[in-house]
Write a protein that binds this ligand. Structure first.
Ligand SMILES: Cc1ncc(COP(=O)(O)O)c(C=O)c1O
Length: 455
């Protein structure tokens, strides 16, 4: 590709890769890398289309403010376009979204309003209701409203759909997509219905979302919750047309995250968590077929946004999604067990600057001090602070000079009440027995454990 004059010219025309390392039954499975858009996702496409349509319809005036409720990717796309065109942008984002995405959006200079992810439509803190309210309050503002904006599906009908058929030489038997705002499923569904009538539309939906049941049975269940980002719904968006969808697969978070990693390990493609859902569904579809078919799915966004979440074993463990041996005792509450290789430690010979950097890197406030496989002390932020407060050269001091050594250990068979009593005395729960150290239980580990067991 030659030199372009704006990143906006780099939106679209994303590559398609044929997957060769998965068992796809009698089918050929392809994946379209929407992560190659400059904002890192499929949503760049709708951002241009929705803003340009609003300009043409006179809904946005120069110097105006664009407002949107978004899980992140649409925000990044809008951020790109708004900056190029000189609009202010306010995004309302639910607080379950990837911190990496939110940092990316903030770094673009966007005004981010975080809101609750545990409330449903109709609640004033629900991200879409919140955005609507802002748009009513702020003069010269326009609520993009991707869930109701007809230019969202239109983008895929006039842009993504034709691009796909061109790339596939007009031969496409099934398209597997996720549903967030439903722009993709609606636009592609309508385009393929008219231009590739044999192509089956297949939806990949997280377990907990209402779509799979609605599509497969016509019955809309109560929404649950899920961790995959960008897809799954607790209501049917006004622009949603699922009448052209043949079948839906409900995919658990665990399967999605496993498949997301498999895609990276087998094919070298680092894609987002929703791609795990889409690819899991596409693989099931392919393996169910009795005749060869050409099947396409999407890597809707890049996996770089999820390095601290679904690609992070500690995060998976916090969500109860990492399969670890169960002991039926306090060892099951240790987030970074000694024998897992996840435990972050220092030695008594390390200096304070090393300890500080390690705490920052792994986002922990205390570390066990280990010499020759044995725990000999504990060091926390206050030990470092008091060590260096008078003289910053003390960052070179050895851990052994400030660490706490009168350790109180708890055997794995102790009760949760015992560690709560330690927390009340501002102590740390060191789980050890007969000279063997298993790991630490922190207060957040216990909170996570209690939350997981809420049922
Ligand atoms: C991360 C992500 N966002 C959005 C979408 C689709 O979005 P929409 O239904 O809003 O077009 C997908 C679909 O696969 C996705 O994976």
């Amino acid at each position: 590709m030659s030199i372009v004059n704006s990143v906006l010219e780099l939106i679209g025309n994303t590559p398609i890769v044929k997957l060769s390392k998965f068992d796809t039954g009698p089918c050929d499975l392809f994946i379209k890398l929407e992560a190659d858009n400059p904002g890192g996702s499929i949503k760049d496409r709708i951002a241009v289309c929705m803003i340009e349509a609003a300009e043409q319809e006179g809904k946005i005036k120069p110097g105006g403010t664009i407002i949107e409720a978004t899980a992140g990717n649409t925000g990044l796309g809008l951020g790109l376009v708004a900056a190029q065109k000189g609009y202010k942008l306010i995004l309302v984002i639910p607080d379950k979204m990837s911190p990496d995405k939110i940092r990316h959006i903030r770094a673009m200079g966007v005004d981010v309003r975080l809101t609750r992810s545990d409330v449903q439509k109709g609640h004033p803190e629900y991200y879409q209701d919140y955005a609507k309210r802002l748009a009513a309050e702020i003069p010269n503002s326009f609520f993009i409203d991707q869930f109701s904006n007809p230019n969202n599906p239109k983008t895929h009908k006039i842009d993504t759909g034709p691009e796909i058929l061109r790339q596939m030489d007009g031969k496409l038997d099934a398209m597997v997509v996720g549903v967030g705002s439903s722009g993709t499923v609606t636009g592609l569904g309508q385009y393929f219905h008219e231009n590739a009538p044999g192509c089956e539309m297949i939806v990949a939906d997280p377990v907990g979302s209402i779509l799979a049941d609605t599509i497969n049975t016509g019955h809309t269940p109560q929404a649950g919750s899920w961790l995959v980002e960008g897809i799954g719904e607790d209501f049917l968006p006004p622009i949603c047309d699922i009448s052209l969808v043949k079948k839906a697969y409900a995919i658990r978070d665990q399967e999605a995250f496993n498949t997301q990693r498999e895609l990276l390990q087998k094919e070298g493609i680092i894609a987002g968590s929703s791609t795990g859902t889409l690819l899991s569904a596409a693989l099931r579809y392919c393996r169910e077929q009795t005749e060869p078919k050409r099947v396409l799915t999407l890597a809707a966004d890049t996996g770089n946004k999820y390095l601290s979440k679904s690609f992070n074993d500690s995060w998976l463990a916090d969500q109860g999604l990492l399969e670890r041996e169960s002991h039926g005792d306090l060892r099951d509450l240790i987030a970074r067990p000694m024998d897992s290789g996840d435990m972050v430690t220092v030695t008594s010979d390390d200096n304070l600057i090393t300890t500080y950097k390690r705490m920052r890197m792994f986002d922990v406030s205390q570390l066990p001090v280990m010499d020759d496989g044995m725990i000999v002390g504990l060091i926390d932020e206050s030990d470092i602070l008091l060590g260096i407060y008078e003289d910053k050269d003390n960052f070179q001091m050895k851990v052994s000079t400030v660490m706490v050594t009168n350790l109180e250990t708890v055997p794995p068979s102790a009760a949760i009440d015992d560690i709560v009593n330690l927390f009340k005395e501002d102590k740390v729960a060191i789980i050890a027995e007969a000279g063997e150290f298993f790991g630490l239980i922190t207060q957040i580990d216990l909170i996570n454990h209690l939350r997981k067991n809420m049922g």
